[in-house]
Write a protein that binds this ligand. Structure first.
Ligand SMILES: [Zn+2]
Length: 308
């Protein structure tokens, strides 16, 4: 596997020991502390080509603390703490929140493939953590408000009798490129996708099944194809909102696919030659077909197969 997987490869030390007893206010006030900022799904970047904007400085920190904005410790860059903060409580407009800070506010997927890999990983990590935090304010056992602990990496129920602990969740999803003995790959499309895009089949892992079983079930459910083997390829953090995509190459005998029209609009076998003629979203092939964006493991699976 030579294709790098975007959104993995975090350059920080996650500082597990430090975050256990971290005083986030004190860490935030350290002169070398830097912040990855988040506002209503968007994150701060700067420059062209873009890089992750890590903001700092006393006026910003005082604003964050005054706002009581959710903070969490992402980790250490050398000895310097890197934190993430959610400013969604601030008013704003399409340009972002009312905050004087250098950069522009974007959805990660709109720039993911343009960012340096380390920056894409940092923003994916911050996004995943802050989305979890945004959705995890009350105990799912008893409904009581939660108290954040471990530098933002866990939440504890404030009802002493319950005291349930909650941790950031990552939902495993499998994604697979199915190929046949004729050298063809099975690609499909969901009706909600941009017209012309074909991609690997994918789905969530269900309780009580292994990753390999999930691959077999999803290919059968979505395409009516029975696979004969599944081989692990790579995995990708996918905080849109909270998945881990686990990629497989799978093999199936020569057969005709039958799409489940509730989920899949079309599924077809394509040869390498056909797929090499697919374009990009901005410049599709003459018949309007294009591959998923270069930030996705789906694209990495297809490129890996094309190069094989
Ligand atoms: Zn509880």
């Amino acid at each position: 596997m030579n294709t790098p997987i975007l959104y993995s490869g975090l350059p920080l030390d996650r500082a597990h020991g430090l975050r256990r007893h971290a005083d986030l206010g004190a860490l935030a006030r350290l002169p070398d502390a830097r912040f990855s900022l988040y506002w209503r799904g968007r994150q701060l970047i700067r420059g062209n080509p873009p890089v992750a904007a890590l903001s700092g400085g006393t006026p910003l920190i005082e604003q964050l603390l005054e706002l009581d904005a959710p903070l969490l410790l992402l980790g250490l860059d050398g000895d310097s703490p890197v934190l993430a903060s959610d400013l969604s409580a601030l008013d704003g407009d399409e340009d972002g929140p009312r905050l004087t800070v250098e950069g522009r506010w974007v959805l990660l997927r709109s720039v993911g493939g343009l960012l340096p890999a380390a920056d894409a990983a940092l923003l994916a990590y911050a996004r995943g953590m802050l989305i979890w935090r945004e959705k995890t304010r009350f105990c799912s056992v008893c409904g009581t408000r939660l108290s954040i602990a471990d530098g933002g990496h866990s939440a504890k129920c404030t009802d002493e009798a319950c005291a349930a602990l909650h941790f950031p969740r990552t939902d495993p999803a499998i994604i697979m490129l199915v190929t046949d003995p004729d050298g063809r790959a099975l690609l499909g499309r969901q009706p909600v996708w941009a017209p012309g895009m074909y991609s690997c089949l994918a789905g969530f892992v269900e309780p009580g099944e292994s990753l390999e079983e999930a691959v077999g079930r999803e290919v059968w459910e979505e395409a009516g194809v029975r696979i004969s083997s599944a081989r692990y390829f790579a995995s990708q953090p996918w905080p849109f909102p909270s998945s881990l995509m686990v990629g497989f190459h799978a093999e199936a005998p020569h057969c005709e696919p039958h799409p489940d029209l509730h989920e899949i609009e079309d599924v077809r076998w394509f040869t390498r030659q056909q797929i090499r003629q697919f374009g990009e979203r901005e410049a599709p092939s003459p018949d309007g077909l294009f591959l998923p964006s270069r930030d996705s493991i789906s694209r990495a699976l297809i490129e890996d197969w094309l190069g094989g």
